[in-house]
Ligand binder design. Structure first.
Ligand code: PGA
Length: 254
């Protein structure tokens, strides 16, 4: 049975909230989560709202994350954002390889692995997203795909499992209202942890946190986090609502 780590709850705001709206949402979270302890909370607003949210959450128990970054530090990459810029703005975390980036913006495992290395070099804690599509799951190909993604985007690069987080996000569960069953998610988490242990040994991977993401809500978070293999959640839609407060205040059997 894996040892329970400090749970990590991440809100991915995606392409929602203007800077003005983001300030209000962040202020509400600071107020409603002020007494929360023993949980790591990260919010990932759009790039344009990072400065204002950084200001609102400074010296609180909420940390800042970005949703993406480029793998180069500077240069002729029109429209891209460097890990150095994120660091200077106060980001502690960065999401990498989200399925929306992979599917809509052509990010490959190779690109994700370059970003992972660049994030670590910049002192950002990367959250690498992996997950199978519905077609892959139906074909019985889910674990093969997870192994491929893990090997190609994570293993080639690093051993820093104290800093890296993995998010298991089955593509069919993202934004669909169809979350993975807790046991189903736990099985995938067990599989991913097994891959990491096999590759590096448990000594290295002991502190690795594996999050579940895909239609997490206030109504299903307790049973998901009751699974010992699930070390936290990555929340999209529900992170824009007061639900997020209840998610951070999840309750699992002692
Ligand atoms: P969702 O998104 O919670 O809206 O399904 C999760 C994610 O994309 O990280």
């Amino acid at each position: 049975m894996p040892v329970k780590k400090v749970p990590l709850i991440v809100g991915n705001w995606k392409m929602n909230k203007t800077p003005v709206e983001a300030r209000l949402l962040a202020q509400a979270m600071v107020r409603d989560l002020a007494d929360v302890d023993g949980v790591d909370v990260v919010i990932c607003p759009p790039f344009t709202a990072l400065p204002v949210v950084a200001e609102v959450i400074r010296n609180t128990n909420i940390m800042l994350g970005a949703q993406n970054m480029h793998y180069e530090k500077t240069g002729a990459y029109t429209g891209e954002v460097s890990p150095l810029f994120l660091k200077e703005l106060g980001c502690a975390y960065v999401l990498l390889g989200h399925s929306e980036r992979r599917q809509q913006f052509g990010e490959t495992d190779e690109v994700v692995s370059r970003k992972l290395k660049a994030a670590l070099d910049a002192g950002l804690a990367p959250i690498v997203c992996l997950g199978e599509t519905l077609a892959e799951r139906k074909k019985g190909d889910a674990f093969r795909r997870l192994k491929e993604q893990f090997r190609q985007s994570v293993v080639t690069v690093v051993k820093e499992f104290d800093t890296i987080t993995i998010a298991y996000e089955p593509v069919w569960a993202i934004g669909t209202g169809l979350n993975a069953e807790p046991e189903q998610a736990a099985e995938a988490h067990q599989f991913l942890r097994g891959l990491a242990d096999e590759e590096y040994g448990e000594l290295w991977t002991h502190n690795l946190r594996i999050l579940y993401g895909g239609s997490v809500t206030a109504a299903n978070v307790d049973e998901l986090l009751a699974q010992p293999q699930i070390d936290g959640v990555l929340v999209g839609g529900a992170s824009l609502k007061s639900d997020f407060v209840r998610i951070v205040r999840f309750q699992t059997p002692a």
